[in-house]
Ligand binder design. Structure first.
Ligand code: SAM
Length: 327
């Protein structure tokens, strides 16, 4: 009988973030070092069949939501085959994806048809020169991908903007206008000290409470909209359909409501973005573990979930890069 997955701190785990690759076609300076080469080798990647088995086990135990992420998920070949497999798993009622959208123009329709209903696009700036400086990439490709997502029917499309002092903090109002124009949801995110790159970016850290106060002077907020299953605290801008979510892992952590775990491409389950607690599924899968034992393994893994991250107390702690864990 399914009694749900409850961790040692009484939190029900109903959400898996699934990293389908640790590779990325961009190099955001706060995420992945420009010269980084230490990626997983293909033989270490879980196959689509192995991923499906693990997600099926989570679904049997009560997980309802899966978000495809990376690295950049669109660089994994035949992604829509995998998302089709996952969308057919009984119990999975919400399949979504986080992407930089650089390769989305070609894949948006197939991914939507395969069962992904909603999508988050990471976009820190609307200026091509700034985009190049932050990511080394081409903004025009991302805009094409974003518009393809809108036309393919993803609903909602959310823009994830990491807000950084002296990098893009002067562009939040422009992003608000852009999201109103295109009917996108906007989510503002604080820089986290994850990996050396994330830590180097803490010079640009901006407490989102100050951003919220700044926006409140210009727009009238309707608070408390979209309760949702995630960490964002949303407001709606009066007179528009725009919703803005504030994600504040550093200034105001939300670990007590954490409902998620992260499965990396090599089969490592990370129990917390900001801690090293983990459980290895790949050796079990490749040793021929049976279905009942796999359920036990998932239950065992969840007992390892720590209470909270310690970004403020121990900012040196997380050595792996965001792209490895699956952001
Ligand atoms: N490539 C996909 C994308 O761009 O959405 C998925 C993976 S990416 C690692 C997920 C998110 O993590 C992106 O929105 C990125 O901006 C964010 N991110 C990476 N490093 C971060 C950091 N140090 N602090 C805050 N957010 C970070």
């Amino acid at each position: 009988m399914n009694t749900g997955l409850v961790d040692p701190f009484g939190r029900t785990i109903e959400y898996v973030r699934l990293s389908v690759t640790d590779r990325c076609d961009l190099r955001c300076f706060y995420c992945l070092p420009g010269d980084y080469r230490d990626f997983c080798e293909p033989e270490e990647w879980l196959t689509f069949e192995e991923i499906e088995r693990v997600i099926r086990a989570f679904a049997v135990l009560g997980v309802r939501r899966v978000r495809i992420t990376g690295g950049e998920p669109l660089v994994r070949k035949n992604l829509s085959t995998l998302t089709g497999q996952l969308s057919r798993i009984p119990g999975i009622s919400d399949l979504s994806m986080s992407t930089n959208a650089a390769g989305l123009a070609r894949q948006a329709v197939a991914l939507h048809q395969s069962g992904i209903s909603r999508i988050n696009v990471s976009l820190d700036t609307l200026r091509a020169d700034r985009f190049k400086a932050i990511t080394r990439g081409n903004l025009a490709k991302v805009m094409d991908g974003l518009m393809a997502a809108k036309n393919a029917g993803f609903q909602p499309v959310k823009i994830n903007m990491v807000v950084m002092k002296n990098v893009n903090h002067d562009e939040i109002e422009d992003m608000v206008e852009f999201c109103i124009e295109h009917d996108f949801t906007l989510r503002l995110i604080e820089t986290m000290p994850i990996g050396d790159t994330g830590r180097n970016a803490t010079d640009h850290y901006l407490d989102l409470q100050t951003v919220r106060a700044r926006l409140a002077e210009q727009f009238r907020f309707i608070p408390g909209v979209v309760p949702g299953g995630g960490p964002a605290r949303y407001v709606q801008i009066a007179g528009t359909r725009l919703r803005i979510g504030f994600i504040t892992p550093v200034s105001q952590h939300f670990c007590e409501t954490c409902n998620r775990v992260r499965l990396a491409v090599d089969g490592t389950l990370y129990l917390c973005l900001g801690q090293d607690h983990k459980f290895e599924f790949r050796p079990l899968l490749r040793a021929g573990i049976g279905d009942a034992e796999l359920l036990d393994a998932v239950r065992d893994a969840i007992t390892l979930k720590p209470e909270r991250h310690e970004f403020n107390e121990k900012p040196q702690q997380v050595v792996r890069f965001m792209a490895k864990t699956g952001g």
